[in-house]
Design a protein around this ligand. Structure first.
Ligand SMILES: CC(C)(COP(=O)(O)OP(=O)(O)OC[C@H]1O[C@@H](n2cnc3c(N)ncnc32)[C@H](O)[C@@H]1OP(=O)(O)O)[C@@H](O)C(=O)NCCC(=O)NCCSC(=O)C[C@@](O)(CC(=O)O)C(=O)O
Ligand SMILES: [Mg+2]
Length: 269
């Protein structure tokens, strides 16, 4: 809470050893029930349903009121259909509103990337898809490097999310001491159009938020665009010029997005 994350993700999958799976599930169940988490979006990464832990995790986290379930290693829409059917049954059993538990699919394999469009469009519960690099590069018989190894997967996941009208989240950056490397990666994915990134350490939160917040220059320009557009409308003009640059519908929409982001960042207005 001190670091003001956009949401908090509890992990029951790969950050938890096999011996600790039951303990971790109980801890997360109790944490979710605590009033402290009422005002922040909570996400839980459960174990895949094909493991002995997945369904137990799901029973616990839906009942405890998690906002979003992150399904790791999503390879096909069938993985989501199976998850959805269980979620609906649990929601009905515990009196939670049907449809209130949202889902995020993590894509971590070649087949997942190939199926990204079908996965992204397969359920109204999906709020976003996330690329998970470490399992993906293993599947691709390569390793994490400067991003070349993720080039196709990032493009595919991002296009799938946009075609489905949901969010796209980039991979975790594992070297928490390499601030410059983290910021280089953030700059790339911000320019590509990702909505954000899965983070593993509190030190990465402010760096990401600052990189995503529009600059004061962007905000000032957006205000000028909106003012020029309003004047153009008063004069009945469809296309107008601002210092020799064409201003039309998409440019005005972009200016509005910049102002919304600035206000959401709480940094600039
Ligand atoms: C990396 C490190 C060990 C470094 O530890 P260090 O101790 O050196 O960190 P410090 O900065 O010194 O900690 C300063 C203070 O912050 C506290 N603190 C640290 N981390 C915190 C945190 N995450 N949440 C809240 N609090 C935290 C800490 O307790 C301390 O508190 P205090 O003592 O009170 O001062 C640690 O961060 C960590 O374990 N991270 C989570 C790792 C994780 O989530 N892995 C699973 C997801 S990835 C995956 O599975 C791959 C994937 O599946 C990905 C996909 O699906 O996307 C794929 O395939 O690619
Ligand atoms: Mg993984």
């Amino acid at each position: 809470f001190i670091y003001r994350p956009d949401s908090i993700m509890f992990d029951l999958e790969d950050a938890v050893s096999l011996r600790e799976k039951d303990t971790a599930r109980i801890l997360v169940f109790h944490a979710l029930s605590h009033p402290m988490y009422r005002d922040i979006e909570t996400v839980v990464r459960i174990n895949p349903l094909s493991t002995p832990f997945g369904l137990k995790d799901l029973e616990a986290v839906v009942r405890a009121g998690a906002d979003v379930v992150r399904l790791p290693k999503t390879d096909t829409p069938d993985d989501i259909f199976e998850l959805e059917a269980h979620i609906e049954r649990i929601e009905k059993a515990c009196g939670r509103e049907v449809g209130s538990t949202k889902v995020m699919a993590a894509i971590e394999s070649a087949i997942g990337v190939i199926n990204a469009v079908a996965i992204a469009r397969c359920s109204p519960r999906l709020i976003g898809i996330a690329l998970a690099a470490f399992d993906y590069v293993m599947d691709m018989q390569t390793e994490r490097g400067d991003g070349t190894e993720l080039f196709y997967a990032r493009c595919a996941v991002l296009h799938a999310a946009r075609a489905a009208g949901i969010d796209a989240f980039d991979v975790v950056y594992s070297d928490i001491n390499d601030e410059a490397g983290f910021l280089r990666e953030v700059e790339l994915i911000r320019k590509m159009g990702f909505n954000g990134k899965s983070l593993i350490n509190p030190r990465q939160i402010e760096l990401l938020h600052n990189a995503y917040a529009p600059t004061q220059e962007d905000v000032d320009y957006a205000h000028r665009v909106i003012a020029a557009a309003e004047e153009g409308e008063r004069n009945g003009l469809g296309v107008i010029s601002l210092n020799g640059k064409m201003i039309d519908g998409p440019i005005i929409n972009h200016a509005q997005v910049v102002l919304e982001r600035a206000s959401a960042s709480g940094i600039r207005r």
